[in-house]
Each structure stands twice: as C-alpha cells, then as structure tokens.
Design a protein around this ligand. Structure first.
Ligand code: DGY
Length: 413
C-alpha cells in the first residue's frame, strides 16, 4: 500500500516535472517538445488530479491544428537544439512550427475519459474542442483511407517507428540523396535501444520529400512510396469516432455523418485481417503485400470495439512466450529484438489501450494485461518501454506517458 502511494506521488512528480506550461514533454532531453499522442496520454494522467490542466493539454495541442484539419505529431513551441529533425527541417505549414505528419488519433478517446471525471467542467471545455476533433478525423477520412482502413505515410506517424511491419515498404526507399545530418536521439539513449542508421536515413528522406511537396496531401498521395494501411491508425480512429459520437449525443453537438464514417472504418478494419497469419496485420498499399507481423497494434481490435477469437488465440500465444506482455513484436519471429524500441519491447501505453479494450469487452485476458503492466512499473519504474523477457527498463526515463498509465489505470486498485 505504502509503495502504491509512493508510486502515485512519483508519477505526479513526473507529470509536473515534464510540464512546460499548457503542454507536457514526453521526457527531458530525448523528446523536448509536445508530441501528439503523448500529450493525449498526459492529459489522461493529469485528469486523475487536475481536470482543468488535462483540458489545457488538449487545447494546446489543437492550437497547432493545420488549416486542412491535420493535427501534427510534434509541436515545436520553443526551439531546442537537442532534438533532430527540428522545425526548420520539417517546414510545417500550420499556425505554430510543427512537423508535417500526424499521429494516432487518441485525443477524442482520452477527452471522453476526462469528461467522465468531471462532467460539468468537461461539458464546457469539450464544446470548443469538438469541432476541431471532427475536422482532424475528417482529414483522415479524406486523405488517408484505403478500402476504409487508415494509412500511415511515415513510420513515425503510427508512433511505432521501427516495427518490422515497415521493413518491406522501407526497403523500397533509396535514400542516396539524404545528405549529412547529426542524430540526436543516440546522444540521449544507447543506440542498441533505438532505430538503426538504415531506418533513420529513410525517416529523414521521407521528411525531406514531404517538405519538397509542401506537405500537399494530393501530391503525397501519388508520390510517397511509403503508404501502409495500419492497425494502429485504423483501430484508434474507429474508437475515437465512436467516442466523439457518444460525446456529441450526450452534449447535443453536431454528429452529422459520424455514424456513416464509423461504418466505413469498421469495414476498413476488417480488411486488415490477414487470413493466413490469422491476425490483424499491416498492408502495404503500394503493392498489396501483408507485413505478416503480429504486433501489439494487432491487439487494438477490442479497443476499436471489434471482438476476434483468432486475435484472442494470438494474444494468449504471445503472452505465454514472454514474462511481461504485451510485446510490440511477435516473440517467436526472427525479427524480435526485446530491447530495440518497437521490435519487441513492451510499452505501457499500448497495454493501456489494449487493456481498456479488453476490459470494455469483459475479455478473460484483461486482468493479465493490466497486472503485467502494474508489475512492470512497480519493479522497473517509469521508463519509456521495457524488455518483455526480464522487465528491465529501456529507452528514456521519467517518462510522461508511463506515469499517466500508472495514475489512470495500471496503479488503480
Ligand atoms: C523520434 O524522434 O524518435 C520520434 O519517435 C519521432 O516522432
């Protein structure tokens, strides 16, 4: 008990330490700006003790919304030379310097959870945010659908930078003309826990291409060699649209077309079922190839309101192969690497989303996912991610989203 209280306090301290006034950085050094989905998780963390601060987090994020509706993945409120690629490399065209890509749309789903903590305050704050969230979601519907599934146009967009799901499409990119640049991430954490140079060259090449095309979605649609229908984006947008519909109906806001959009996304989600792999999977839009990967994003189906016996069998299998699930990549795959970012490690935030979905559906594995997350944090602290084999901490430390997961879910008795 004492230990839990202590951890609650530590988690609050992390949120407060990473608070830059209206927005929260993921961790000092490695990620010194406002990241889109990190921020939405931070808001959920703040809501456990300060709902007004939670709403401010989301409001600051949406103040960076682009004229076309996109909400960028990084907002560069204040220059920090410790991060690369910074605002001048991206050349974002929004009202605040930003990157040119987006991230998984979880803000509306977090907003619904925050609203439930204090309905009176929530009703007042959500009114201004609601149309902005709808515009962001409409931007996905307009520019990012493939057979109703939602695509990513850069590995960073899914938030799962170096997952083996991108290995096929990344191999198509020849980054010969990327030029010289200095990586900053490996100055903050050990290179063995980060993407390789092979990957990084291609990340930067894609940024340079987007900038050259002025982040024009019409042009990117035809020119970008990287376009992958992705379970993270598809399942999170489907859930976010359902949450907006629920909020809109409760508060009597404009929900025109939302039910139809949900139906399109439900059908799109079904197209991500790989019948040979017997799992939800990423699909390379440029050549139709499956990634053939069981990743932690495959297990977001329940979060999106889709039950699947086949996916349950996969979840049981991968949980049986590790000590601390849910691993970001299949532990039986030869590409599994337990400490390298999204190629194996367990991420508390993904566990939160997976766990919320399982709990909503009264799934028998819900308790196991939550307990594994609780033990991981109790024994190894608030790190960015964890080795699923021995639970050891990896990546950045004092991490905002892990603290938020503790306060809002894993550490709750
Ligand atoms: C990074 O810099 O590694 C981030 O994941 C990009 O968003």
């Amino acid at each position: 008990m004492t230990r839990t209280i202590d951890l609650d306090q530590q988690a609050r301290n992390i949120l407060e330490m990473n608070d830059r006034g209206g927005y929260t950085i993921p961790t000092k050094g490695l990620y010194p700006y406002q990241w889109n989905w990190d921020s939405a998780f931070a808001a959920l963390g703040f809501a456990q003790f300060d709902c007004a601060r939670a709403w401010a987090e989301l409001e600051t994020l949406f103040s960076a919304q682009w004229p076309d509706g996109m909400v960028p993945h990084i907002v560069f409120h204040k220059a920090d030379p410790g991060y690369y690629p910074g605002p001048d490399v991206w050349g974002g065209i929004g009202p605040i310097p930003s990157s040119g890509i987006t991230q998984p749309p979880i803000a509306a789903s977090m907003a619904r959870l925050i609203y439930e903590k204090d309905r009176e305050l929530g009703a007042a704050r959500i009114r201004a945010l609601f149309p902005k969230m709808r515009r962001w979601h409409s931007w996905f519907m307009r520019w990012r659908l493939d057979q109703g599934a939602v695509c990513v146009t850069h590995p960073w967009e899914a938030g799962r930078d170096n997952t083996p799901e991108w290995d096929g499409p990344m191999a198509r990119i020849d980054p010969v003309d990327v030029g010289e640049y200095v990586r900053r991430d490996t100055q903050h954490v050990d290179g063995s826990m980060r993407p390789t140079k092979y990957d990084y060259d291609r990340y930067i090449w894609l940024v340079q291409m987007g900038r050259r095309l002025d982040w024009d979605q019409e042009k990117l649609l035809t020119e970008n060699p990287f376009r992958v229908a992705d379970p993270t984006m598809t399942f999170t947008l489907l859930r976010a649209q359902r949450d907006l519909l629920a909020l809109g109906q409760m508060l009597d806001l404009d929900v025109t077309d939302l039910a139809d959009e949900i139906e399109i996304l439900e059908q799109g989600a079904r197209t991500l079922w790989n019948p040979v792999l017997e799992s939800f999977d990423a699909r390379d839009v440029r050549n139709g190839d499956w990634a053939n990967c069981v990743s932690n994003a495959s297990f977001l189906c329940w979060y999106a309101g889709i039950s699947s016996e086949g996916q349950t069998r996969q979840l049981q299998r991968v949980l049986d192969k590790v000590q601390f699930g849910v691993p970001s990549h299949d532990p039986e795959s030869d590409k599994f690497d337990g400490r390298r970012y999204w190629r194996g490690p367990t991420w508390a935030v993904m566990n939160l989303l997976i766990g919320l979905g399982l709990e909503d559906m009264n799934h028998p594995l819900a308790g196991q996912v939550r307990n594994a997350t609780k033990t991981l944090i109790e024994e190894n602290g608030f790190s960015e991610y964890f080795d699923p084999m021995d639970g050891s901490a990896a990546g950045g430390q004092g991490f905002t989203w892990t603290a938020a997961v503790w306060l809002s879910w894993a550490g709750r008795s």
